[in-house]
Design a protein around this ligand. Sequence first.
Ligand code: PLP
Length: 380
Amino acid sequence: MKRIYLDNAATTPILDEVIDAMMTVMKTNFGNPSSTHSLGQEAKMILEENRRLIAQELHVSPAEIIFTSCGTEANNLIIKSAVENLEIKRIITTEIEHKCVYETVLDVQQKSSIEVVYLQVNKKGDVDLDELENVLKTSDKTTLVSLMHANNEIGNLLDLEKTAKICKDNQAYFHSDTVQTMAHLKLDFSQIPIDFASCSAHKFHGPKGAGFAYIRKSTHLKAQIHGGTQERSLRAGTENVVGIAGLGKAFEFSVEKMAEFSEYIQGIKDYAIEQLTKNIPGILFNGRSAEKEKSLYTLLSISLPSMNPLIGLQLDMKGIAVSQGSACSSGAAKPSSVLSKILPEQVQQTTTPLRISFSHQTSKNDIDQLVNALREILGL
Ligand code: PLP
């Protein structure tokens, strides 16, 4: 059975060239980057070359890229350290952030006396930037705003530039979880007054276990993991040189191919919208998912016109991998926390949500097979 992978927002297959780059490092550069001998320094060079490559693309200084084990760690480092070291007294965020932001905010709130303000999100999943501005103006408490760039369940995009400007004009720090958009959309942080962002290599054909936090130099965060002075004392622990080599290779590849791939993948998404609409009467597209420019081109969130909690399993048995909600919630009985916030109760009780997510390896034939399988399962 040919397997069809349509869950690229959960993770992406590693590219052969990424595996090759990692194998070379694994075989020849086993030194500890903190060692002063030449084997150690060769490993150190690999770290610094990849840091430079990423920094150049984002138009930031290499010192502002701090390698971490994943996007979750990067977001934890940023939020926890900002609260501890920047005298943050208030966090403004939403209830539809990824769990690694949402839960971290709850954790810091429990451990300190900071105020947390959740911005309203409408039925389309939009964050109201006028509300953000109004809330910022209500108090002069030192504030961290944390709003994700692209929602991992519905794909809605935030206007990063506008949001960053509102934060800057109101003297607030701005963090964006950019895990779904790094290496998928062009990001130039010399033009966007953002303080913190995050990245995870496995979202763009790199390895799991490698990511980074972008931390603007002037913000003076401090480590959450203590020990040695690695990563400019912001993240102790011997660096994952092999993983970072893979991260760098995947980043370089994705950025080089961004124009070509984004056009191709948007074409696949358009085709999926067209075929699903034509073949599944009553299908709904969640949030801004089906709207160009307003949603990420790699992701489509749908609600099928009947309740069937087993649909993910039934598709899996036909060799098709998609997500019911998001990877984090797909195994859970509870509905996705994002969809339960934005979909009307009646829709939640009569439909089945699915997240379909694409990569440059997805073909129109994959979409045809998905549509056929869905029609079969739905008895159409
Ligand atoms: N933030 C977003 C928006 C995500 O989609 C994910 C992964 O699903 C993460 C953070 C966590 O990244 P990681 O899997 O590298 O911990």
